[in-house]
Design a protein around this ligand. Structure first.
Ligand SMILES: C[S@@+](CC[C@H](N)C(=O)[O-])C[C@H]1O[C@@H](n2cnc3c(N)ncnc32)[C@H](O)[C@@H]1O
Ligand SMILES: [Zn+2]
Length: 290
């Protein structure tokens, strides 16, 4: 025993407050500490925790979460419904396997959406977990997941990947799933040797959907693999054929980029299908911070 009861209480008080200093003030870049239900920096800039438990660390001039940026409410709801149906659970399980091996003390899901992967992974590891996204509806959804499941030690914030609201060298492990990346910012918040996992759609992802929508189907192009500040350690592809119902097809379509560039006729063709066997394929890239 290193501490008596009072000593342990003092130690956990300091650990708790130390833990909270991962957040960064978006105005002056100093660390934020928690006072009651408000995060404050040494210059007294303050950010209240919303009723749902998240904090908004997005300044008005860093993008507006109410307007164009991020996912819209309907798209977030479709994603939640589809993910809750378990269609992508094999990806979540693979991510859990990888991140369990890393055994991080601090973990961050960058552009976490409505927190399906964030919460699913958090439950299986012993980490202080953070999720950040620019969409208010997404962070609202993520906080609902956290509250419904009664999860502790997991924190959601509204923020922009371009100006991440975290201090330098904060994380042992980071995830970025189907979302934009900002190399310099990701490198800044990662600890040395931190693991960073990026998930992108595989070549054949949603092939059958595209065959219904378009005459000339283009397979997904590979993305640039080299990232400044990170070494690529491993890449793998996982895939599955899933029998999707009509509702699942509709939900899936809404959350894809095709929702914005498909003719009405083609959408009708898709929505008339009762079910489809669909290829779900993901490329996982595992990097290490240099
Ligand atoms: C396709 S969704 C993926 C969400 C989640 N990672 C998942 O796989 O369920 C892309 C996410 O990126 C977020 N996003 C887009 N641009 C962003 C930015 N500049 N900063 C933070 N989040 C951003 C969107 O709001 C959206 O939630
Ligand atoms: Zn400040």
């Amino acid at each position: 025993m290193f501490f008596n009861k009072r000593g342990r209480a003092i130690a956990s008080f300091f650990l708790y407050n130390l833990a909270m200093e991962i957040y960064k003030c978006p105005v002056c870049n100093n660390s934020l500490h928690l006072e009651g239900k408000t995060y404050k920096c040494s210059k007294n800039h303050s950010y209240d925790i919303a009723k749902k438990g998240y904090v908004n660390l997005l300044l008005a001039n860093q993008g507006n979460h109410f307007l164009e940026e991020g996912d819209k409410k309907e798209s977030v709801e479709s994603r939640t419904r589809l993910l809750n149906n378990g269609a992508y659970s094999f990806l979540r399980d693979e991510l859990i396997k990888i991140i369990k091996e890393v055994d991080p003390k601090t973990f961050c899901d960058l552009a976490c959406g409505e927190g399906y992967y964030t919460t699913g992974i958090h439950k299986e590891i012993n980490a202080e977990t953070y999720g950040v996204d620019i969409s208010k509806s997404a962070i609202n959804g993520a906080s609902t997941r956290k509250n419904v499941e009664g999860l502790k030690n997991i924190y959601f914030s509204i923020g922009n990947l371009d100006y991440l609201p975290f201090m330098e060298s904060s994380f042992d492990c980071m995830l970025n799933c189907f979302a934009p990346i900002v190399e310099e910012e990701f490198a800044r918040i990662a600890k040395k040797d931190a693991a960073y996992i990026r998930v992108l759609p595989g070549k054949n992802h949603l092939l059958e959907m595209k065959e219904i929508l378009y005459e000339n189907v283009r397979l997904n192009e590979p993305k640039e693999e080299v990232l400044k500040g990170f070494d690529l350690m491993e890449k793998k592809t996982i895939s599955k054929q899933a029998n999707l119902t009509n509702q699942q097809l509709r939900d899936l379509f809404v959350m894809t980029p095709y929702a914005f560039k498909t003719s009405k006729d083609a959408i009708e063709r898709l929505f008339n299908r009762e079910s489809i066997f669909m290829t779900l394929e993901f490329n996982l890239f595992i990097y290490k911070r240099m």
